[in-house]
Design a protein around this ligand. Structure first.
Ligand code: PGA
Length: 272
């Protein structure tokens, strides 16, 4: 299981991470989705290449423990959608990174734009990142501009988010870092327009340059950079092939087991 392996990133391996957000509203539906994905994954013609795609489902915290059970001995790992900046203690309503790890979570999403939108600052995100890594979780750090202006100020916004959130990230733990570029304008049902593979490519080069600046060439070059923002079974291939994405952070499409399985299939058969 990849949560226990050496964590070394191999560029040919793609990540497909489903962010269920606050869905579904019943455990019965969560179980149905996971059951269909499990079944579909087994049928993939590329199933023998297992390991070409690292598949993670990040359900609401309420369903985490049950999903860990339901996915035992499968190619699907389970992750958190957020974790707190302290390991444990008196923090009403928060999720402990140390409990997440002990439960068997493979990773945790941090800095998602929907959390930034309710006031989560770069400083808080940096502390959450540090505490997740201390607890040996892989961090899926989300960055992305709210709007794309003609003057290119969006580069400054992404740079600030990236640098500030990673301020406390130890270079020795670089294998625990995944960056997800999620332009806010392309996320969700209210997206202004779909991002294009070239939008992703342009920004991922910029992100990569910043990662190399922060962590040095050897480490900066191997950090996976995923695309998130209305990723689905129709646009996945373009983002991998033309965009050079190392995988996806998928919202809505991850709640449809057929669509999610189709994205996994695209990632498993990718040769770029
Ligand atoms: P979406 O969400 O795929 O529904 O746009 C992506 C995300 O917010 O992670």
């Amino acid at each position: 299981m990849w949560r226990d392996e050496a964590l070394c990133y191999n560029q040919s391996v793609k990540f497909v991470i489903g962010n269920w957000k606050m869905n579904p509203s019943s455990f019965a539906e969560a179980k149905r989705i996971i059951t269909v994905v499990k079944k579909n994954i087994g049928k993939h013609p590329h199933a023998r290449l297992r390991g070409q795609a690292k598949v993670v489902i990040c359900p609401p915290a309420l369903f985490l423990a049950s999903l860990v059970e339901l996915t035992k001995n499968t190619a699907i790992a389970v992750g958190g959608q957020d974790s707190y900046l302290s390991d444990e203690g008196a923090h009403t309503g928060e999720t402990s990174p140390s409990a997440l790890r002990r439960l068997g979570a493979a990773c945790v999403i941090l800095g998602h734009s929907e959390r930034r939108a309710i006031g989560e600052s770069d400083t808080v995100i940096a502390q959450k990142v540090a505490s997740a890594v201390r607890n040996r979780l892989r961090v899926v750090l989300c960055v992305g501009e709210r709007v794309r202006d003609d003057a290119g100020a969006y580069f400054t916004e992404v740079k600030r988010e990236l640098r500030a959130s990673l301020e406390k990230f130890p270079r020795s733990e670089i294998k625990r870092l995944v960056v997800a570029y999620e332009p806010v304008w392309a996320i969700g049902a209210k997206a202004i327009r779909a991002a294009k593979p070239e939008d992703f490519r342009e920004m991922s080069v910029f992100i990569r340059r910043n990662l190399v600046d922060c962590f040095g060439k050897k480490s900066g070059l191997v950090i996976p950079i995923l695309y998130g923002g209305s990723a689905d079974e129709r646009n996945a291939e373009g983002f991998l092939r033309e965009g050079g994405a190392d995988g996806f952070l998928v919202g809505r499409a991850s709640l449809d087991p057929q669509k999610f399985s189709a994205i996994i299939r695209v990632a498993e058969s990718a040769r770029y």
